[in-house]
Write a protein that binds this ligand. Structure first.
Ligand code: HEM
Length: 409
């Protein structure tokens, strides 16, 4: 499939300016071309808050990738093909609701509150190792990357010890990177391999839980399956793998953005340090301010319709831009200011409608604890070493791979 090369001038999204400062380019597009066609990658980039927020749950659109006119099926027998055919984004409505019901009980605000001790313990384990340190420390490696994976591992029952933990995280990251339609073929192939390995691993553990049930989510799912066949074996594997995938990489990025926002906004950092009651709102502001840089969430048109005068054809892809929506001045006054006291009620970072993030309560709790701990372990004067940050780039999306921070003596 032909995709546009980077440096193509037919869309500002493909320019170097976008890689350097996506927020500025998105601001221009939001004004001049809020439903913008990106040639080569063949999608509409949607940047206004009211469009993004509505389209998440619009009956004209679906997250099912098979509805895309350029859909290329994943290799037969691969886990991606199972996910594409029967996963949460493509399951028929009733199946989707049934799968969500089985899982959501474990992730309600009450259930998440019960996990508080476990989550705090994990955060503390990594925070303790950072208190009193000096020199340059990569806080992605030492803090934000391992925590969400360790948390989701404990909840699901997937092991989090020693090298298993690292391996699982790597598999989750590789799998997630293959999801965007614009991911190059080799990244998709790598994602397929990782997803297959992850699935085989979860399946092995599910079989073990069948023989020796424990107090964990995986055992619960296996039992639900054994009792009245509500979930097939493959569904159990797919669901647990989905939670590990969806729950680790996203929240790790959220934690990284949180630390970056604090370090780059010392006034807000100081305010939060003295007013921890603002933490819940600060987490939503962090997610508004930074999350989703560059890309968007895909939807596929199920019929022809018009959007801001643009003819959207059945089968076309729309990318709903989080940064577009969350920096929209119509909804968030002075949107480029990071303000932990801002009204965050219109933040849509967890989506809307039937696919609303199942892990939102857990993600918010983890991020709150991570920020709370960071307010204590980051010494005054700590700063990001921008000269040492490592970046990766996939098509028009650039992301931080390290967060080197100087801890002054
Ligand atoms: C900061 C962290 C997170 C963010 C920003 C985030 C964001 C999202 C968004 C936007 C969606 C909707 C996708 C769509 O409509 O196409 C979603 C769905 C989902 N999320 Fe999250 N998520 C986060 C953390 C988590 C965690 C911790 C878990 C697991 C414990 C999780 C599990 C899921 C699942 C299973 C779905 C699919 C739900 C469905 O299709 O019915 N997420 N997430």
């Amino acid at each position: 499939m032909a995709t546009a090369a980077h440096g193509d001038t037919s869309s500002p999204i493909l320019s170097d300016a976008y890689l350097a400062d996506p927020i500025a380019v998105l601001a221009q597009l939001r004004q001049s071309d809020p439903v913008h066609w990106v040639p080569g990658h063949e999608f509409w980039l949607v940047t206004r808050h009211d469009d993004v927020s509505r389209l998440f749950a619009d009956p004209n659109c679906t997250p099912d990738p098979r509805a895309w006119e350029r859909y290329q099926p994943a290799p037969v027998g691969s886990w991606r093909s199972q996910i594409e055919d029967r996963g949460l984004f493509s399951a028929p409505r009733e199946d989707h609701a049934r799968q969500r019901r089985l899982v959501s009980a474990a992730l309600t605000p009450r259930a998440v509150k019960r996990m508080e001790g476990q989550v705090l313990e994990v955060v503390e384990q990594f925070a303790a190792a950072l208190r009193g340190r000096t020199g340059v420390i990569d806080l992605m490696e030492a803090f934000t990357n391992p925590i969400p994976n360790a948390v989701i591992s404990r909840i699901t029952g997937v092991p989090a010890k020693g090298d298993d933990d690292r391996r699982f995280r790597e598999l989750a990251q590789r799998t997630i990177r293959g999801f965007p339609s614009f991911a190059p073929e080799e990244v998709k192939r790598d994602a397929d391999e990782a997803a297959d390995e992850m699935a085989a691993w979860v399946r092995e553990m599910a079989e073990e839980r069948r023989r020796h049930p424990r107090e964990d989510f995986l055992s619960d799912l296996v039992q639900a399956h054994d009792m009245d066949d509500r979930m097939t074996n493959d569904e159990v594997v797919m669901m647990v793998a989905a939670l590990v995938n969806a729950g680790s990489e996203t929240t790790a990025l959220g934690g990284t953005y949180a630390l970056r926002a604090l370090l780059e906004n010392p006034q807000e950092w100081a305010k939060l340090r003295n007013h921890r009651e603002l933490l819940d709102n600060a987490v939503m502001e962090i997610l508004r301010y930074d999350f989703g840089v560059g890309g968007g969430l895909p939807r596929y048109a199920m019929q022809d319709f018009e959007l801001r005068g643009k003819p959207i054809r059945k089968g076309q892809q729309l990318q709903l831009s989080f940064n577009g929506a969350h920096r929209d001045p119509e909804v968030f006054p002075n949107p480029d200011r990071f303000d932990v006291e801002r009204d965050t009620r219109n933040v849509v970072i967890f989506g809307r409608g039937p696919h609303f993030c199942l892990g939102a309560n857990l993600a918010k709790q983890e991020m709150r604890f991570m920020v709370d701990a960071a307010l204590d372990f980051l010494p005054p004067g700590a700063s990001i070493r921008h000269d040492l940050v490592e970046w990766s780039q996939m098509a028009f999306v650039r992301r931080m791979e390290t967060l080197p921070v100087e801890f002054p003596a």
